[in-house]
Design a protein around this ligand. Structure first.
Ligand code: 13P
Ligand code: SF4
Length: 351
């Protein structure tokens, strides 16, 4: 069994008008139709982005055209790393609110924009401040490890942030005798606990409605239908739970077809694996990059219903408006940001 903890971003195709640090993307026409209206928007977005010295960051779950126009596409960890090191003056975050907030915390002197303020996250909503304060009071000596899918206020009360790309390494870096409060995702937490063998780890019972909805029976069903496929599973998936013993038993170089990884880890596994077919258990937006980067391989969603309506709120029109009208500005009060920054910086330094 391989578990990939790597995180990175994909630079979209370079063009002649490259900026110092990143390249403006080229749009693949195969995944969608480009009519004259769309082409005009694409051209204007590129011009505006260049004029404003902006960088467009897009999560792997974004719609194909947004991924193709972005300067960088990646997982939560990779995009945070890109935000932290960018020389651009403006960061336009095509993702959900906590991601833009994380960029704003890391880059307090930059202007961080999100094309739609309503792009939230059910997982981030599954823990609130009062809940965490009470939990910490029950375990006053515990180290708090928060998944990056949390609000700035939750991060400010955390010792470490982590993403699915580095959760194992973050937990492994904490002294064995330290009690851990891991939040808010119960499935990611259970996977981390199983893989690290950590006994003194308490897990918050939160979940992402997209990843929790897939029933474990789907795995057997899909593997029966496609016995020649490898199975890539995101650790936020509820369907992973019955397989945790098997996952933990397998050595990193095992030939097991069931592999757990962050979205960026899935991209790497798909590219390096000799398999020609993959069943993918995460949000369907990732299929665009998987197919684009591995055109000779086949990728099948475990369920075509795994679509996050929050990620899909970001459209080309809204991205265009964001650059034209300079909206929507995401800020975090410095008092909160300064506390959250330490936890986020720990996250981006361990990968
Ligand atoms: P990754 O960090 O693996 O991309 O997953 C993030 C996620 O679920 C965002 O919703
Ligand atoms: Fe949040 Fe789930 Fe959407 Fe990811 S897929 S942004 S965890 S609601």
């Amino acid at each position: 069994m391989n578990t990939s903890t790597s995180a990175s971003t994909s630079k979209t195709e370079p063009k002649a008008d490259s900026k110092s640090e990143s390249k403006t993307g080229s749009v693949t026409e195969a995944a969608y139709k480009i009519d004259s209206h769309t082409q005009k928007l694409v051209d204007e977005i590129k011009q505006l982005s260049k004029k404003r010295n902006a960088v467009i960051l897009a999560h792997n779950y974004q719609i194909p055209i947004i991924q193709d126009i972005a300067d960088f596409v990646g997982d939560s960890l990779g995009l945070s790393q890109q935000a932290a090191k960018t020389s651009a003056e403006t960061i336009v975050f095509c993702g959900v609110h906590f991601m833009a907030e994380t960029a704003a915390i890391l880059c307090p002197t930059k202007r961080v924009l999100i094309p739609d303020l309503e792009a939230g996250c059910s997982l981030a909503e599954s823990i609130d401040l009062a809940g965490l304060v009470a939990w910490k009071a029950e375990h006053p000596n515990a180290v708090v490890v928060s998944y990056v899918n949390t609000t700035a206020e939750i991060k400010a009360l955390s010792d470490y942030c982590c993403t699915s790309g580095n959760a194992l390494k973050i937990v492994q870096s904490i002294p064995e005798d330290k009690e851990i409060l891991f939040l808010p995702d119960q499935f990611l937490g259970s996977w981390v606990q199983k893989m690290t063998g950590r006994k003194n780890m308490h897990i918050w019972m939160g979940e992402c409605h997209v990843h929790a909805a897939v029933h474990p029976s789907k795995i057997d069903e899909k593997m029966k239908e496609h016995p020649d496929a490898e199975l890539l599973i995101h650790p936020e998936c509820g369907c992973l739970t019955p397989y945790l013993d098997r996952v933990a038993r397998n050595a990193p170089d095992s030939k097991d077809v069931l592999k757990v990884a962050s979205t960026e880890g899935m991209l790497k596994l798909a590219t390096t694996s000799s398999a020609k077919k993959f069943v993918v258990a995460t949000e369907v937006g990732i299929l665009h990059r998987l197919k684009k980067e591995n055109p000779e391989k086949e990728f099948l969603p475990i369920s075509s219903e795994m679509s996050c309506q929050f990620m899909k709120m970001i459209t080309l029109e809204k991205l265009h408006r964001s650059l034209v009208e300079d909206v929507f500005h995401v800020t975090v009060p410095e008092e909160t940001a300064s506390k959250a920054r330490l936890a986020i910086e720990r996250m981006i330094s361990i990968f």
